[in-house]
Design a protein around this ligand. Structure first.
Ligand SMILES: [Zn+2]
Length: 145
């Protein structure tokens, strides 16, 4: 699934950019520079810039067209669905999530990371930067290829 999306993003990055000779600073739409005949070309993305490769184009597309997941928020939501909203301690009532977070932030963080890992394993979410940012996999269906 992830490699499939990566492949699509790669294609998308290629389709949206054009080959560019940095030495001559001109576009080379045919894949060979019309001036110096080099085929060692950068990619040019209109209004954004010129760089080697497509990784930066993919990054740009992800940033512009998809919304990164707030992992804290989705974890908190899932916990709120599993436990009662309020917890009574003695005669006091507390917001369960706030109580858990404040009393054992480490346990909270570990559980959040496990939850995110499990979503990734179930192919609900995907990351292209080693877990720095996640995206919902179903969101990639909306991308214009
Ligand atoms: Zn050239």
């Amino acid at each position: 699934m992830k490699s499939e999306i990566q492949q699509k993003l790669e294609t998308l990055a290629f389709n949206r950019t054009s080959p560019f000779c940095y030495g001559c600073y001109i576009q080379a739409p045919k894949g060979i520079c019309p001036e110096c005949h080099s085929d060692d070309l950068m990619r040019h993305l209109n209004g954004v810039g010129v760089e080697w490769g497509t990784a930066w184009v993919i990054k740009h597309i992800l940033q512009e067209e998809l919304t990164a997941i707030d992992t804290d928020e989705i974890f908190e939501e899932s916990i709120r669905q599993c436990y009662p909203e309020e917890t009574t301690v003695g005669w006091m009532k507390f917001d369960t999530v706030e109580l858990m977070k404040s009393q054992d932030p480490i346990s909270w963080r570990i559980a959040r990371d496990e939850y995110i890992d499990s979503l990734e394993q179930d192919e609900e979410i995907v990351s292209f930067d080693g877990g720095e940012t996640y995206y919902w996999i179903h969101n990639f269906e909306d991308l214009q290829y």
